[in-house]
Every structure is written in C-alpha cells, then in structure tokens.
Design a protein around this ligand. Structure first.
Ligand SMILES: Nc1ncnc2c1ncn2[C@@H]1O[C@H](COP(=O)(O)OP(=O)(O)O)[C@@H](O)[C@H]1O
Ligand SMILES: [Mg+2]
Length: 341
C-alpha cells in the first residue's frame, strides 16, 4: 500500500559559519517520511542526526543556517518550513502541534519549577481551544495513555519526583498531546537502562500504530533500530550513506560504514555476503569535524575498502534496487573498480 508523504526533506544543508571555516553539519540530505511510518535515523555521534532534526523544525540558530527545503504536507498543500520565519506564527502552528519532538534527557526539556501536568496543559492550551479544566482532564488521560499509574496524583508532581523512565513517558505524553502527524524522537532511550528502554520502545511503537503517526527515530544504536524501525537511513558526516528497509540494513548492508557499525553491535551477529559469520568488532577512528573536508568520499579515511577512484569526489547516493540506496563507488558500474586500471 502506498502511503502518503507527510514530510519531504530536500537537499537539506545546515552549515555553521564559524571563524575558522564552514562546518557542514548536514550536507545535502534528502528523504521522504510517510504517514504512519517508523523511520530510523542512525549514525555515530557527530554525524548530523540532531542537527537534521532541529533543521526540520526550523530551530537552527545563528551562526548555523539551514538551506534547502523541508516540505510539510497538509490537506494536499505543501509548506516549506525553512521558508517560514523561525519565530513566525506559521511555524509555531506546526512546530509543537503537527510536528513534535522528544529528546534524550527530559530533565532538560521539562521545567523543574512547574508540575508535569502544568507543562502538558500549557502545550495543549497553546494549540487547542479548550478550557483549563478540559486541558487538565486531557493531561490526566494522556499520562494514563502512556502507562503512568495514578495519573490523577502524578499530574501534580514535579519532573524530579519521577523516575527516568516515568519522566520520559511524561515527555512522550506532552509530545503526543496535540495528536501530531510527525513525532521526532532524538535518542529518547539513550539515558535509560536496558529494560526501561525496551518498555519505552514498545510504548512508542504502540502509539505510532494507534495514532497513525510518522515517527522519525534517531539513535546511535543499531540494536535499538532493529527493535523499532521499518526503514533506516544511515548517516555519516552530514551525508546519507545508506537507506533501506530494516531487514536489508541488517541482512544485506551495502555501505562499508553500515557494515562496520553492524559488526560493532554487541550480541548481534550478521551474515556476511559470503555467508560467513562476522565477528564483533568496535569501529575504530572517530568522526572528524566536517570543516574544510577534501572533495572525496566522506568515509574515505576510515574505509578499509577504498581505492584510488574514491578520492575523485564524494559519490552520489546510488540506487541499488527499488528500496535500497548506498553512497559508494562499489555500486557504480560507470567507474573503474578496485584493481581495475
Ligand atoms: N551549535 C553548533 N555550532 C557549531 N557546530 C555544531 C553545533 N551543533 C552541532 N554542531 C556540529 O555539527 C555536527 C553534527 O552534530 P549533531 O547533529 O549534534 O550530531 P549527532 O546528533 O549525530 O551526534 C557535529 O560536528 C557538531 O560538532
Ligand atoms: Mg544527537
């Protein structure tokens, strides 16, 4: 079944204009998000995942600037969010209402001086024409909906009175209060221990299905991606290097970076292309700062499979089959391959 596109990111480039150069945090990222889909965005720390999320909501501040288009589709009409003023009425109508966000650490997203209920009510009152009493009832229902017991009592507690897992549930309650079309989750379970993490992932999955929301789920952890995503985008240095359905990412990864990430996942063994078991390894080297990079494959310095041609320019994202894309010259039949003249 073809699902409607709700959000389309087109040639997004988010640059920080710094005294010592232009830091290209996101450099030419394009992807569509479909109604009700769970899209995973994965890559090591520093790859540009959070800046992609902030750019979608037009929340990048000077010296950063987002170029390109972020189209939000509503009643058959497309609005380019990047063309709206970052404090305009139109962006506030969409941000926090149709598109909302959950962060890694709810302690930072919640104010410590107001009760959880007060903050969820504020989010509702900002976007809906309801009375305070109704907003309070809605907040209690939402807390109940995300699996918080005794919501009538919890609604009047402060964020610091809740456990990490409960606080993240409350954050999620606030993020879904307006019934968003798109929910962006930026490392929402990274600060939680493994059993709580699994509960939160199950909660997000069930909410996504119940509300037919699109979820963009950002994480550095492929183990989490395996549990939750339908389709996966792998980012490296501000570029999409691979994109495929989750099954193909795990069973038939194409980009050398994805394969290395995969091999570094604890307790996950994958079948190599020749059927051999790939041993666990950690991915060595680190993500460089994307400033003044040479015009070559972005993964060149850390790639163990590169050859001469990889220094000519950064490859395009190549289509391998209907749903699988990789940014690697190995899949480009028009260029000389390794060992060829
Ligand atoms: N406010 C900022 N000013 C300058 N550089 C930034 C800023 N925020 C992020 N960056 C840089 O942008 C790149 C991408 O960062 P980020 O999107 O946070 O990565 P991720 O979320 O994948 O860990 C990194 O090189 C980071 O240092
Ligand atoms: Mg991040």
């Amino acid at each position: 079944m073809e699902r409607n596109v709700v959000l389309s990111v087109r040639d997004l480039r988010t640059y920080f204009h710094l005294p010592h150069g232009v830091l290209k945090a996101v450099d030419g990222v394009s992807f569509d998000v479909h109604q009700g889909e769970l899209l995973g965005l994965v890559g090591e720390s520093g790859c540009g995942k959070s800046i992609t999320a902030r750019s979608i909501l037009n929340m990048v501040r000077s010296p950063g600037k987002a170029y390109g288009e972020v189209l939000y589709f509503e009643n058959g009409r497309a609005t380019n969010l990047l063309a709206l003023g970052s404090d305009s009425r139109e962006i506030h109508r969409i941000r926090g209402d149709a598109i909302t966000m959950v962060f890694q650490e709810p302690m930072n997203a919640f104010s410590m001086v107001h009760t959880v209920g007060h903050q969820i009510m504020e989010a509702i009152l900002l976007h809906r024409q309801v009375s305070k009493k109704e907003a309070r009832e809605m907040s209690i229902d939402l807390l109940d909906h995300v699996g918080i017991s005794n919501p009538q009592q919890r609604v009047d507690e402060y964020p610091f009175q809740l456990s990490g897992g409960m606080r993240q549930r409350a954050m999620i309650a606030m993020a879904i209060a307006t019934n968003p079309k798109v929910l962006i989750c930026d490392e929402p379970t990274t600060a939680l221990d493994v059993s709580v993490q699994a509960q939160i992932l199950r909660l997000l999955k069930s909410l996504q299905e119940k509300h037919d929301m699109a979820v963009i789920f950002i994480t550095h952890d492929l183990g989490v991606i395996a549990q939750i995503a339908e389709r996966v985008i792998v980012m490296y240095l501000g570029n999409i290097v691979e994109e495929a359905p989750v099954h193909d990412i795990f069973h038939n990864p194409k980009h050398p970076y994805t394969r290395r990430l995969m091999a570094a996942v604890p307790d996950v063994h994958i079948e190599g292309e020749n059927g051999a078991r790939t041993r666990l390894q950690t991915i060595d080297g680190f993500v460089p700062e994307p400033i003044n990079l040479p015009d070559q494959c972005v993964f060149y310095n850390r790639c163990t499979e590169h050859w001469q041609h990889c220094t000519t320019a950064n490859p395009e994202l190549l289509q391998i089959n209907e749903t699988h894309f990789a940014r690697c010259y190995k899949y480009d039949e028009t260029v000389p391959q390794k060992g060829e003249a």
